[in-house]
Design a protein around this ligand. Structure first.
Ligand SMILES: C[S@@+](CC[C@H](N)C(=O)[O-])C[C@H]1O[C@@H](n2cnc3c(N)ncnc32)[C@H](O)[C@@H]1O
Ligand code: SF4
Ligand code: SF4
Length: 300
C-alpha cells in the first residue's frame, strides 16, 4: 500500500472514531447478477440475470467516489461475465484506479481465465477441498486450479464461506493458498443464513471450533487475511451491525453495508468477517486497530 493511501485511511479512521462519523470508505458495485454457477449457499445469482451497461457502472463509480469511498470492490453474480462492447472487467479496474480509488478489488468464482493484474486483490471463492468445493459449486475445482496456475498476476486471495458442508476443510484451503505461487492468502466468512439457505448455518460451538482451526493455521504461518482479535465477537455475533462505512450499489440502488440489509433479522446472524472487522475498528477497538495494521500491510 502506498504511504499516501495509508495516511488517508489513518485520517479517515481517526475522524470516524473521534467524531463518530458515519461516512463510507468501502464500496461495492454489483456489475451483474448473472452467473454461470448456482452454488448451494448463494441467494443472489440470476434473479434478473442482467449485465449492467458500462456507462451506468462508470456513473456508479463516480457516485461512490463522491460519497468518499476509496476502497472499491467489483462483485456479482460473476464479475468475469461482465462485458459491454469491447469493455471488460480489466477496463473497469483501470478506470477505477484512474478515478482515484486507492484499493480496487474484484470477487470471482475463478472459472474464467484470471487476467486482472491491476487489481489490488482478486478474491477468488474456494469453498473447501475438491470434494466439498464441488459439492457446493458444481464440478469447478480443477478448472479453477488450472486458471490460477495460468493467472496473469499473483494478487489472488482465496475467499471461503464456511458452512455445514465444508466446515472441516479449512486446513486444506489454507494449505492450498500456501502452496500456490499466485495465491497470497485466504479470507474467511461464515455462512450468512438467508431464509432459503438457513440449514447451512453453523452453531456457535461450530464457529468456535472453526476459529480455533484458523488460529492454529495462523500460528503455523499459513497466510490468513482476517483479524484474530475479531474472532470472539464473530463467534458470539456480538459485533455492531450494520457497517456504516460500507455501501453497496446495484443498478442505481444504494444500500448501507450489504444488499442483505433488507432481509429481516439477518444482521444479527451476519457471517461476514469484514463487517465485524470494520465495525469494531471504527468503534475504536485498540486490539483490532493494531491487528488490522499488521494484517493489511502484509497482504495489500
Ligand atoms: C455472491 S458471490 C459473487 C462473486 C462470485 N460469483 C463468487 O462466487 O465469488 C461473492 C461471495 O459471497 C459468498 N457468499 C454467497 N452467499 C453467501 C452467504 N449466504 N454467506 C456468506 N457468503 C456468501 C460467495 O461464496 C462468494 O465468495
Ligand atoms: S458463483 Fe458466486 S454469484 Fe454465482 S452462484 Fe456461486 S456464489 Fe453465487
Ligand atoms: S450486517 Fe447485515 S447488511 Fe451487513 S453484511 Fe451482515 S447481514 Fe448484510
Amino acid at each position: 500500500m502506498r504511504l499516501s493511501s495509508f495516511l488517508y485511511f489513518a485520517g479517515f479512521g481517526l475522524k470516524t472514531i473521534f467524531l463518530k462519523e458515519k461516512k463510507p470508505i468501502l464500496g461495492t458495485i454489483i456489475l451483474t447478477d448473472k452467473c454461470n454457477l448456482s452454488c448451494k449457499h448463494c441467494s443472489v445469482n440470476n434473479k434478473i440475470a442482467k449485465i449492467y451497461p458500462y456507462e451506468q457502472i462508470r456513473q456508479e463509480m463516480k457516485t461512490l467516489y463522491d460519497m468518499g469511498v476509496r476502497i472499491l470492490f467489483f462483485c456479482g453474480g460473476e464479475t468475469f461475465m461482465w462485458q459491454d462492447g469491447d469493455k471488460t472487467l480489466n477496463d473497469l479496474v483501470k478506470e477505477a484506479k484512474t478515478m482515484g480509488f486507492m484499493i480496487v478489488n474484484a470477487v470471482t468464482n475463478g472459472t474464467f481465465p484470471i487476467d486482472l493484474p491491476e487489481a489490488d486483490l482478486i478474491l477468488l471463492s474456494l469453498d473447501g477441498d475438491k470434494i466439498r468445493h464441488n459439492e457446493i459449486r458444481g464440478d469447478t475445482y480443477d478448472t479453477i486450479m488450472d486458471n490460477i496456475s495460468k493467472a496473469a498476476s499473483d494478487n489472488i486471495c482465496f475467499y471461503m464461506a464456511i458452512n455445514q458442508i465444508n466446515k472441516n476443510t479449512i486446513e486444506s484451503v489454507c494449505q492450498k493458498a500456501h502452496e500456490l505461487k499466485n495465491v497470497r492468502a485466504v479470507s474467511f466468512n461464515f455462512h450468512t443464513p438467508y431464509p432459503d439457505t438457513k440449514e447451512l448455518a453453523l452453531s456457535k460451538a461450530e464457529k468456535e471450533e472453526c476459529c480455533h482451526t484458523i488460529i492454529k493455521m495462523m500460528r503455523k504461518g499459513q497466510p490468513v487475511f482476517n483479524l484474530k482479535s475479531a474472532f470472539p465477537y464473530i463467534i458470539e455475533n456480538s459485533f455492531p451491525t450494520p457497517c456504516y462505512q460500507c455501501v453497496v450499489i446495484e443498478n442505481g440502488k444504494i444500500s448501507t453495508c450489504g444488499r442483505c440489509i433488507e432481509v429481516e433479522g439477518l444482521c444479527e446472524k451476519c457471517g461476514y468477517f469484514f463487517v465485524a472487522e470494520y465495525t469494531l475498528l471504527f468503534s475504536g477497538n485498540i486490539k483490532i486497530i493494531f491487528d488490522m495494521l499488521k494484517t493489511y500491510l502484509k497482504y495489500i
